[in-house]
Structures are given as C-alpha cells and as structure tokens.
Design a protein around this ligand. Structure first.
Ligand code: SAM
Length: 238
C-alpha cells in the first residue's frame, strides 16, 4: 500500500469514527438494507465449535459483531473487543451493559496493528469492516496470526466489489453516488461516507486479500463472497 494512503487513514480514521459514532448503527442498517446483520451472523457460523473459546474482536466499533457472536455462540467463554475510537467504544459499551453481557464481553482502547497480548492466546480473532481502515493491513494480519493459538481461526469480514459486470456497475453507482448522499443525510458527515466508498474501491479483495493472509502465515485460507460479492468473509487457520 502506498505511504500516502496509509498516512491518510492514520490521520482520518479514529477521529472520523468518533464523529459519526452516534449515528453509525442506524446508517449501517440503512446503507446495507439490513444485510450487515446477516453478514455478521455468517461469522458466527464459522467460529470454531470447541468449548471455552476465547475471542478477540479487532476494530470492534459499536460492538455489533462481538455482541451478536456472544448471543449466538455459547462456546465463547470470554470476548474482548478493541478499537481506537473512544466514541464508538462508548456506544458499544452502552449496548453491552443494556443487554447484560458485561461478565463475558470486555471493550477497551487498543490498536489492531500493535496488540498488547502475548503470543498464542485466542482460539479466534474476528474483525468486521475494520481491516480496510487500519493504516497497515499486513502488519495487522501478522498481529492476528501471532496472538492466535495454533489451529486458531481468523475471520475477517470486509466489503468487496462484485465480479459480475452488471452487478458491479450497479454497485459502483450506488457506492459513488447514493451512499455518500444517504450517509451525509443521516450522519451530517459527507466526508466520512465519501471516505467509505473510496476505501472500498481501493482496498484489496478476493484473491488479492487471501494473498495477504497467506503471506502473514495463515493456512487453509477460504473466501466466502456474500450478497454477490458486495462483502466477503475470509477465514484462515494459524
Ligand atoms: C467501519 S468501523 C467497523 C466497526 C465494527 N467492527 C462493525 O462491524 O461495525 C471501523 C472501525 O475501525 C476502527 N479502527 C480504525 N483503525 C483502527 C486501529 N488501528 N485499531 C483499532 N481500531 C481501529 C475505527 O475506530 C472504527 O470503529
């Protein structure tokens, strides 16, 4: 990735998410027509089934993924979510408290590119719509690999671009023209949703992203395109 793009993300990302945190969940549901909830559920289906699963969720944001996983996957014994945006974490913490998950879920400030944990600690590491936002995806994937136990699983959900030409053209029109307008209308922040479509179009997906996972050390890397490839779930084993 070019250093310009990395610098841009480093400067913009957490502050931008601080700004849009109060409306983040609502705008997500609207812009994805509710599909983001189904995409997150798919992460749960692919979590390892063994009991006493310790989960780390990176760029946890408003905690939708980590809460959804704890609600549907009883094998999770403890879950920790980290993020750099204080306001996103605050929204997430309220949801964790309201739903009574405080004993299982811990949210804290932390950088996905530099994890505070020792090697070999978690059975699963998840990240939804986060890897595109970190300044160095390769470094983050190496950190994920490091903190996973041997045979542990990484599940990374991210936007992608559909391969079918007609669906792709329609989707690009939506990304470039509809999404920034609707995002701006409900969040009051046009810039944030312009950033969203720009990063989606430029971030590696499909085979290019699996290459990054393989280079970080992962084996059995699998791609699961969702909704014609509008999003993709990647899984890899340490
Ligand atoms: C699009 S949101 C995704 C939030 C959540 N995972 C979801 O599925 O809705 C991206 C999140 O990445 C966080 N983020 C950006 N850079 C980060 C970093 N280096 N470490 C941890 N979180 C980061 C942002 O603060 C933001 O909350």
């Amino acid at each position: 990735m070019s250093s310009n793009r990395q610098d841009f993300r480093k400067r913009e990302s957490p502050e931008m998410f601080d700004r849009i945190a109060p409306t983040y969940d609502l705008v997500n549901r609207l812009l994805s027509f509710g599909l983001d909830t189904a995409w997150r559920k798919k992460v749960g289906y692919l979590l390892p089934k063994a009991d006493d699963l310790k989960l780390l969720d990176l760029a946890t944001g408003t905690a939708d993924l980590i809460i959804g996983l704890c609600e549907t996957c009883p094998q999770i014994s403890s879950a920790v979510g980290i993020d750099l945006s204080k306001n996103m974490l605050e929204v997430g913490q309220k949801k964790v408290d309201n739903r009574g998950w405080q004993s299982k879920i811990r949210l804290e400030a932390g950088d996905a590119m530099s994890l505070e944990w020792d090697d070999n600690l978690f059975e699963a590491v998840t990240m939804s719509f986060g890897i595109r936002n970190v300044p160095d995806a390769e470094k983050t994937l190496k950190e994920v690999y490091r903190v996973l136990k041997p045979a542990g699983k990484a599940l990374i959900l991210e936007f992608s671009i559909p391969s079918n030409i007609f669906i792709r053209l329609g989707h690009l029109f939506y990304l470039r023209h509809v999404l920034p307008m609707v995002g701006a209308l409900f969040s009051g922040d046009y810039q944030a949703y312009r950033y969203l479509n720009t990063t989606i179009e430029h971030f590696p997906y499909g085979d290019d992203f699996t290459k990054l996972m393989t280079e970080a050390g992962f084996s059995f890397v699998n791609i699961h395109p969702l909704t014609f490839g509008v999003a993709t779930l990647y899984e890899g084993i340490r």
